[in-house]
Design a protein around this ligand. Sequence first.
Ligand code: ATP
Length: 514
Amino acid sequence: MAQNDDNLLKKITSHAKEYGFIFPSSEIYDGLAAAYDYGQNGVELKNNIKEYWWKAMVQMNENIVGIDAAIFMHPTTWKASGHVDAFNDPLIDNKDSKKRYRADVLIEEVVAKYEAKIAKEVEKAKKRFGDAFDEAQFLATNPNVLRSQTKIDEIEQRLGASMEKGDLADIKALIEELEIACPVSGSKNWTDVRQFNLMFSTELGSVAEGANKIYLRPETAQGIFVNYLNVQKTGRMKIPFGIAQIGKAFRNEIIARQFIFRMREFEQMEMQFFVKPGEEMTWYENWKAKRIAWHKALGLGEENYRFHDHINLAHYANAATDVQFNFPMGFKELEGIHSRTDFDLKAHEEHSGKKLQFFDPEENKSYVPYVIETSIGLDRMFLAIMSASYTEETLEDGSERTVLKIPAALAPYKVAVLPLVKKDGLPEKAREILSDLRFDFNCQYDEKDAIGKRYRRQDAIGTPFCVTVDYDTLEDNTVTIRDRDDLSQIRVSIDELKSKLKESCALEELLRKL
Ligand SMILES: Nc1ncnc2c1ncn2[C@@H]1O[C@H](COP(=O)(O)OP(=O)(O)OP(=O)(O)O)[C@@H](O)[C@H]1O
């Protein structure tokens, strides 16, 4: 996959719409900015991603359980968590174009340009030195690379420190020093930087009853924190233990764009792992390793992942990293792993006046646990899979195909059953096979058009296997299995069809790799 490939993102967006994965929300009214609906194939892929995550977290770990908390929470929750006072993004307007930007994103784009420069130098050197090329050595010694890297470090340190302190004047100063111009007007005529709170608010109850301002949760984590003792007591959980949750979150992002990468309504898969104070760093490293293994087991290409450790930490964290993925726009955050200390639980103790301590029978004392959080955006995971899977190929016979090489276990449909022709008892035989397979797999049946065209339709939605029923099937009870990726075809007896398909597309195979 090429970096910074706007064209690829456009292709994925239109493919996703054309093949029923993602539609713009309320499209008949010209859509709503940055809101999307998942279509008939999209919802299947999304559910499969959820299942992979849920099973890897909850089913495969005896000390992790799940919950499903309400989106609306008592408003004091968000005071305690710091979101009311500090869940802000710095925004800036260009006075000439009247366009609004996130000030930190404008600065990060300069960093991305230096990163692209480094990548270009590496590419050039690779071509020049061939097999003798030592990338690590090159990165550590090449003067152009070192200059760019120093610049990146300087900018990131300064931005991180100003964001941490909320020093808006310095963020503006940095924009001026870097001579950042508005991409629309080309001018450097900027307003001051202002804070903008990202939480959506609404009112609970009718105004007549005395309305109460409440928020749509901006993260699912707080629903876990306020329930941690309920779960611990009723589930007889002992530290260390975790609580997992999948659910919607809402953020009034200043600029929501890049398809489903940044939306105002999105879904998170979060897990909070409660540990003994002092043991958090061991667990932090442990979860980093586990989460990257979960990603890599999908086979989307190990080179597409990297960790980005935070130098400047949020007020609640004592260590944090992002799992970045090589999206069409370059490497960007896909998941965050944070050591959140006891910040949240202590804050909820203070604001609620309730004790949130765990009694540790081994130590014979009570304490507020420390927390390691893993937090991944479901929609971003969806986009990661779509970007790594989207492939345009020219086949041996010169024809073109667009194929989604989605990991088989996550594909919306695992198998399509296709009678070679629509007569002579083949459709009946195909339906008989289908009626048995559908207990184990999400299947499609298609008898319309020539077989080649039907294969293409399945390629476009990422179905890993097509089972073709032909005249021989009626004679010897065998069918052909066609592989989406290498186009190989094997003949198998109908009796072994299920087990053959299971070998390649059962979620179990993925989970066993972890
Ligand atoms: N607006 C959004 N749209 C889609 N997914 C999101 C959005 N904001 C956050 N996420 C997802 O939720 C995960 C955890 O949220 P977290 O608060 O750590 O994100 P973040 O650091 O604010 O993300 P970013 O820096 O990209 O805004 C992110 O890794 C991302 O996958």
